[in-house]
Every structure is written in structure tokens, then in C-alpha cells.
Write a protein that binds this ligand. Structure first.
Ligand SMILES: [Zn+2]
Length: 297
């Protein structure tokens, strides 16, 4: 097995990556988020510079051809300004980074916020059920998700279970109810959807637009986040896996997940899909619509 693994790592040369889960935030919010992790998780972040240009330049040096980034509104009243910032940051990065909007259901007009964000250059929505305490199956999301579905945008979702509904409905059931209503919605489950990943993997036949993002799952090889996810399962789901990292909100340097994934027993075709080709499908038509503009000499 050892020999086989080394062979795979040698066969698969990383030439171009697409990272679909990067964090860029307005500076004040970014400082607050990092301080929270420093205090509560005792993490020492490897990459200290919080400026979008510095983060993008580092990603470029790591062969990241394109990336998708997000922020989030943890309370009402700030989503609109964050979205303006995201759209401007994406433009300033010459679309090397493509932005996801944020909405808060406690705001006056979250549907209008989403519409504006799409017009301004965002390519979809990030929902963080843990931080935002709003849930994707909330009926108030219906019009927003329908809009994203129609625009061929994506939703990057960090799932959690609402405390008051813990027993009545499972997380995979909640996700199924959303996709039954929005079958064309491209839904990316951050962190493989967490502990329910095996249920989500069973749903990928029926729901053609579920994607699983590798963020954190393979960050620590000695102690993987979801140790029951085998290479065999990864090969079976090879068309649904997309590479994400949470960079720069990680206590390890960029490339850790990549090396851990490469050192497993996965075939080069699966790695090529995971690191690049699946994201090209996921990000259609946005990679063409927002081509990286290269300044003329
Ligand atoms: Zn994240």
C-alpha cells in the first residue's frame, strides 16, 4: 500500500487548483473573527496578513488559479455593507477571487440585498447556520434560493441543527426539503456536511446538485475530522468533491489538506476532479463571465 500511495503522489502533479472556500472579510470584522478563534480555540494562525491582496498573492504562489471567498453577517444590519465590500474586493483582485454574498433574515429586505449582490458581481451566497443562527430551510430563504437557482449561482452552506428542532427533523432531511423545492440549486456542503456526511453521500444519486467541500476534513492527517470517510467512498463520490480550505482561518499553513489528500490512496483522476475539474463545473458560467483580467503592459 505504501508503494501504491507514493506512486499516486508522484503521478498527480498539482499544476492548477481551484479553492472554493476562502475567507476574506472587511478588516474590522476579520480582526474580530480572528480574535474570537485565538481566544476560544487557542489557534495560532499561520498566515497573519488580513489584506485581500496579500491573501490572494499567497494563494497564487500556491498554484491556486481561482478561488471563491466569503464573509458573513452574524447580526442584522451589516449584510448590505459586507456585500458591497465583497463585490469591490473581487473586482480589485481582478476576479482571481469570486465572492459569495451574505444575507441576514432579520434584515428589512434580504431578498433585495441578494438581488443587489448578484448585480454587483457576487456569484452566490454563503450561509453559516452556526454563526448566523439562521437556517437554510427557513421559508424566508425561499425567494432568495429561487433567485440564486435561476442565476446558476452556488450556495456554500455550513450546516448546524437548530436547538428547538433537534429531534423532529435531521439535518439531511432539512437539506432534502430545500433541494426538493430547488432542484437546480448548486448546494455545496462545507466540511463535507459534518458528521452526517454518509447520509449526504447517499443523497448524491437523487440530488444532482449536492457538492461536498473538503475544508478541514483532511487538515489534520493524524486526527482526521471524519475518520470514517474512506478512500473507497471518496472514489465513489469523485464527481461531487470540491477542494476548499478555510484559508487563512487555519492553524496550519496553506497546502496541508492538499498534501494529506495526495498522500492517501486516491487515483490521479479523482484528485484532478477534486482539485480542479469539479469546481469548473460548479462555477459555470461564472469563470467565463468574470474572466481574470490581466493588465496590458
Ligand atoms: Zn469557512
Amino acid at each position: 500500500l505504501k508503494i501504491q500511495r507514493d506512486e499516486h503522489a508522484q503521478v498527480y502533479k498539482v499544476t492548477s487548483l481551484i479553492d472554493i472556500h476562502v475567507h476574506l472579510h472587511p478588516l474590522k470584522l476579520f480582526r474580530a473573527i480572528r480574535a474570537w478563534f485565538n481566544e476560544h480555540q487557542k489557534w495560532d494562525f499561520c498566515f497573519k496578513d488580513l489584506n485581500p491582496e496579500a491573501i490572494a498573492a499567497h494563494l497564487q504562489s500556491q498554484n491556486v488559479e481561482r478561488f471563491v471567498f466569503c464573509s458573513y453577517a452574524h447580526k442584522p444590519g451589516i449584510a448590505h455593507d459586507i456585500n458591497t465590500w465583497i463585490a469591490e474586493a473581487s473586482k480589485a483582485l481582478k476576479y482571481h477571487g469570486l465572492g459569495l454574498a451574505t444575507v441576514h433574515l432579520g434584515d428589512q429586505d434580504p431578498v433585495g440585498d441578494m438581488e443587489q449582490a448578484l448585480q454587483d458581481g457576487c456569484i452566490g451566497l454563503k450561509i453559516h447556520e452556526v454563526v448566523q443562527k439562521i437556517y437554510i430551510d427557513d421559508v424566508r430563504f425561499d425567494a432568495i434560493l429561487a433567485m440564486i437557482e435561476k442565476a446558476q449561482g452556488m450556495v456554500l452552506l455550513h450546516v448546524d441543527q437548530p436547538i428547538d428542532r433537534k429531534k423532529s427533523v435531521t439535518i439531511p432531511q432539512r437539506i432534502a426539503s430545500v433541494l426538493d423545492k430547488h432542484p437546480e440549486l448548486k448546494l455545496v456542503l462545507a466540511h463535507f456536511g459534518g458528521k452526517d456526511v454518509l447520509d449526504f453521500m447517499k443523497m448524491t444519486d437523487k440530488y444532482k446538485n449536492i457538492w461536498l467541500d473538503t475544508t478541514w476534513v483532511f487538515g489534520n492527517a493524524a486526527e482526521p475530522a471524519l475518520p470514517f470517510v474512506t478512500d473507497e467512498l471518496l472514489e465513489q463520490q469523485s464527481d461531487r468533491l470540491v477542494y476548499g480550505t478555510d484559508f487563512p482561518l487555519t492553524p496550519w499553513p496553506y497546502g496541508r489538506e492538499l498534501e494529506n489528500l495526495r498522500s492517501r490512496g486516491l487515483g490521479p483522476a479523482t484528485l484532478q476532479k477534486l482539485f480542479h475539474d469539479n469546481a469548473v463545473r460548479l462555477l459555470d458560467p461564472w469563470l467565463d463571465r468574470y474572466r481574470i483580467s490581466i493588465a496590458s503592459p
